[in-house]
Design a protein around this ligand. Structure first.
Ligand code: PEP
Length: 250
């Protein structure tokens, strides 16, 4: 059985005061979350504050990216060992905003995946197609290509050390959610693709859905057999909405 997971991607939002309030709100409602693993991914600068504030709770912390190198002259990057040192357990990699706004390639993202594994951090590996790609009918090809970059570098077994987040780009931050059927179709394709190489890995790997998941649509999406949780952007910034999604998982 795969444990459901709900991860909040706070993106570049927050302040010392708002982070404190948001964590306090989530913490206060955690007793009502029975099944889901709950992860918050604040901007890197707030990770120490979040780590201090989640002490004693079941909330885990992740970063929003991770360096592909382990140390040295890489200005602006944050190494996996540093994230681990602070207590982070997860790192989002390959988010579509990193791919489209910062030109991150499949190969670079695969290297980030590898670096996370070396540091003992679980990558939350984002993949997904743009609207144009969906309209061309190449959604599965795009997801396969993005996954194949990691398999080529690290082997299929490595996928079991991470979490995959299927995030159709056209659904991120747009309010347009993939229908439960659309999302399930792609999740089943991803799991089936991995199963052709390694059935045990395919059974084990958690595949989250991301893209305008919110308190109103989470239950139906999370009820799909191959949707193991959610990567949540906008709705993760409101404690009550985030908790409602966490309660809907499992
Ligand atoms: C995200 O940024 O990963 C995301 C899913 O955002 P939103 O929920 O706001 O669409």
């Amino acid at each position: 059985m795969r444990q459901p997971m709900i991860a909040g991607n706070w993106k570049m939002n927050g302040s010392t005061a708002s982070v404190k309030e948001l964590i306090a709100g989530i913490k206060a409602g955690m007793a009502s979350v029975s099944k889901a693993a709950v992860v918050v991914c604040p901007p890197a600068i707030y990770i120490p504050q979040v780590m201090a504030d989640i002490t004693g709770s079941k909330i885990a912390c992740g970063s929003q990216n991770i360096a592909d190198q382990d140390k040295g002259a890489f200005t602006g990057e944050i190494a996996g060992s540093m994230l681990k040192d602070l207590g982070c357990q997860y790192a989002i990699i390959g988010h579509s905003e990193r791919r489209s706004l910062y030109g991150e390639s499949d190969e670079l993202i695969a290297k980030r995946f590898a670096a996370a594994r070396r540091a003992g951090i679980k990558p939350i590996f984002c993949i997904g197609e743009t609207l144009a790609e969906r309209e061309k009918g190449i959604t599965n090809d795009i997801c396969a290509r993005q996954i194949d970059a990691v398999i080529a570098l690290e082997g299929v077994a490595a996928l079991a050390d991470g979490v995959i987040a299927y995030e159709p780009v056209w659904a991120i931050g747009t309010g347009k959610t993939a229908s439960p059927q659309q999302a399930q179709e792609v999740h089943a394709f991803i799991r089936g693709k991995i199963a052709k190489l390694d059935k045990a890995v395919a059974e084990k790997v958690q595949i989250l859905y991301g893209g305008s998941m919110n308190a109103a649509n989470a239950t139906e999406l999370l009820a799909q057999p191959d949707i193991d949780g959610g990567l949540i952007g906008g709705a993760a910034l409101k404690a009550e909405d985030f908790l409602t999604i966490c309660r809907a998982a499992g």
